[in-house]
Write a protein that binds this ligand. Structure first.
Ligand SMILES: O=C(O)CCC(=O)C(=O)O
Ligand SMILES: [Fe+2]
Length: 386
């Protein structure tokens, strides 16, 4: 079985939004500003940074809050929009030229959507926990401890967690919003960029105004779980996301090839509708070095989607989706990423404790070591008694 690493080729940048209720970052972020952007060397430790959560940003809002302490004195009391613009210009300077051009294009793409597409269900665009989530999920998150999480979560296979999460009404609203977005794109001949390299259908929710809501979903509802279940795998330091919809059935994608996600933690929730097939198949966790290696029988696990139910797994847990044989299946997928974990991985040794093959190889080495030590002992005992 060949395996692909799903990637989006997407980088993070601040982008303006004209949507009602959300703040827009005015103007082009990396051109035309009168400032010569600089940061101070040492932070102002007692400065209380503002929150940027409700802005439509592609850099994580927490990056802006952290960097605020490094702003020059004349910028400290500027408006949040101006601070965003100032900091975004600096952040963009760190991107290589090709990435900067790609980002610029993507910002224009998003701007074109946000200024022309009229949302159908405005209530989806701001986080509203009681309307979005089932009560048991909300209670477990507000109790915020391992016992409360374990009380709503099943772990049908090591590292794969399932739980009831979304209200049926929320699923219906999101489905109708995606359909409305696709109708608009068809009518206006707008070319939609698909969620990633493996999909011909589906849509990136972050691109049409749902980014701030999804950032809250990750920060307030997924991070608490991933801090407990994926602590050593980047789950404690999630700081950005890629949120999208996948669609299968007639005139849509049929299945999804074997792959790993460009994510530390993946949330995958079935929104409906009626369908047969479409099971997820998992085949073991692998580090980059071993991603293409065979799986062993103990790593095989299949999961059948249930509407409203979430699956939470590590992004390097290799998986794919079988053909949806009838009906129409739509899932919400949130790839949650940790820049700190990725940075750490760059400096780490060859061995990954979570990789099925690394651990097997280590056990094998240890077994061989024990075998040779006991052989050695055995021959010395032989010498002694000879
Ligand atoms: O179709 C599914 O449920 C799987 C989706 C998935 O794995 C992905 O988009 O990364
Ligand atoms: Fe995936």
């Amino acid at each position: 079985m060949s395996l692909r690493s799903e990637s989006t080729d997407r980088r993070s940048v601040a982008s303006p939004s004209s949507r009602g209720g959300k703040n827009a970052v005015p103007g082009s972020a990396n051109g035309g500003t009168a400032w010569s952007q600089r940061l101070r060397v040492n932070p102002i430790r007692d400065h209380v940074s503002e929150s940027y959560d409700e802005f439509e940003l592609d850099f994580s809002p927490s990056i802006f809050s952290s960097l605020e302490k490094y702003l020059p004195t004349n910028m400290l009391n500027a408006t949040r929009e101006d601070k965003l613009k100032y900091l975004t210009t600096i952040l963009l300077d760190y991107l290589p030229p090709a990435a900067r051009i790609r980002d610029q294009k993507h910002r224009e793409y998003k701007r074109a959507i946000l200024s022309n597409y009229q949302p159908l269900n405005k209530e989806l665009y701001a986080m509203n926990p009681t309307a979005f989530f089932v009560p048991a999920f909300l209670k477990a998150i507000s109790d915020n401890n391992e016992n409360s999480f374990r009380s709503i979560v099943s772990e049908p296979f090591p590292g794969i967690f399932t739980f009831d999460m979304l209200q049926p009404h929320f699923c219906e609203l999101l489905l109708s919003e995606v359909e409305s977005f696709e109708r608009w794109a068809l009518k206006t001949k707008f070319q939609i960029i698909r969620p990633n390299t493996l999909n011909k259908y589906g849509a990136v929710l972050d691109d049409f105004g749902l980014q701030a809501m999804l950032a809250k979903l990750m920060e307030n509802f997924i991070s608490p779980l991933s801090k407990v279940f994926f602590a050593e795998l980047g789950g404690s330091t999630l700081d950005s996301h890629h949120g999208f919809i996948v669609e299968y059935g007639k005139d849509r994608d049929i299945d999804l090839g074997f792959h790993v996600d460009d994510a530390e933690v993946t949330l995958n929730v079935c929104l409906g509708k009626q369908f047969c097939g479409g099971e997820l198949f998992f085949r073991g966790m692998r580090c980059d070095k071993h991603v293409h290696t065979e799986s062993i029988p103990e790593e095989i696990f299949d999961y059948s989607h249930v509407t409203g139910q979430a699956v939470l797994h590590h992004g390097r847990h290799r998986h794919g989706a079988r053909a949806t044989t009838s009906g129409h299946r739509v899932n919400l997928v949130l790839w949650c990423r940790s820049s700190a974990f990725r940075e750490l991985k760059r400096y780490k040794s060859d061995f990954s404790s979570w990789c099925g093959l690394c651990t097997r190889q280590k056990k094998e080495q240890q077994r061989k070591k024990i075998d040779t030590t006991s052989l050695d002992l055995f021959s010395r005992e032989g010498e002694a008694t000879a």
